[in-house]
Design a protein around this ligand. Structure first.
Ligand code: CTP
Ligand code: MG
Length: 238
């Protein structure tokens, strides 16, 4: 099986607010994106990695890849305005030999090799597989209502938690399927790649991920990331 990985690092990081771009922020003195590049590189079926960058991240990422000698990174390409535009830029740079494409957010450092191997196996069988964890919180749908001069927020309904999963990356797909989904639904607003495949009517498998596979989104996520990085270093998580 020939797997190509696309690692996204072309976002603006608007919710992160710090000056340093998210993929380059240091976690225990290593750039965040390096963690997932190292883990993906350690998986034999992952033959090449395409990193998608923007003008703020390109130089720093090129330097880090050289410094840490990540040899499976074969191409570094520029991304687009929305996340799915960046994915499309990565898909256009794919090696035509690849059977499966694994798509990953560079802002999620702590992926685990064993979960990725299971994810790839499942995607090989079904065509589409994503990582997720059962939701721990009570999730309510809210609705805002204008009452006299003020707008107030109310509960519309409570969702059935036992059926809810929080979805993560990596997500893995047969190459022809994900290329077709991105071409067909190019203008749609989505928050992950599986949504496009779901629109095609294809069933997507969920594979158990880990609660430590956090995405760095806001500054407080860094506190958690430092702690998880220490756990990873002692070998208890990877
Ligand atoms: N991403 C990308 N290209 C974009 C938007 C996002 O490559 N146009 C990448 C980000 O770099 C990140 C991943 O997609 O690794 C997940 O996106 P998110 O966490 O939303 O990151 P940002 O879009 O950078 O952050 P924000 O939404 O707060 O601006
Ligand atoms: Mg974003």
């Amino acid at each position: 099986m020939f797997v190509s990985a696309i690692v996204l690092a072309a976002g603006k990081g608007e919710r992160f607010k710090l000056r340093v771009p998210k993929p380059l922020v240091r976690i225990n003195s290593k750039p965040a994106v390096l963690y997932s590049l190292v883990t993906l590189s350690s998986i034999p079926s992952v033959r090449d990695i395409i990193v998608v960058v923007n003008s703020r991240t390109r130089t720093g990422i090129e330097k880090a890849i050289r410094k840490y000698n990540i040899r499976k990174v074969k191409r570094i390409v520029s991304g687009g305005r929305m996340r799915q535009d960046s994915v499309r830029c990565g898909l256009q740079a794919l090696d035509k030999k690849s059977d499966l494409v694994l798509i990953h957010d560079g802002a999620r450092p702590f992926i685990e090799k064993k979960a990725i191997v299971l994810l790839l196996r499942e995607a090989g069988r079904t065509g589409a597989a994503i990582l997720g964890v059962p939701v721990k919180a009570t999730i309510k749908e809210a609705i805002s209502r204008q009452l006299s001069a003020v707008s107030r927020l109310f509960v519309k309904r409570t969702l059935n938690r036992s059926a809810l999963w929080e979805i993560q990356t990596p997500q893995a797909f047969k190459r022809s399927l994900i290329v077709r989904a991105h071409e067909r639904y190019a203008g749609c607003e989505v928050t992950d790649d599986a949504m496009l495949v779901e629109k095609l009517g294809v069933r997507v498998s969920i594979v158990m991920g880990a609660y430590t596979n956090i995405k760095i989104t806001t500054p407080e996520d860094l506190v958690l990331a430092e702690a998880i990085a220490r756990k990873f270093k002692t070998g208890s998580s990877n």
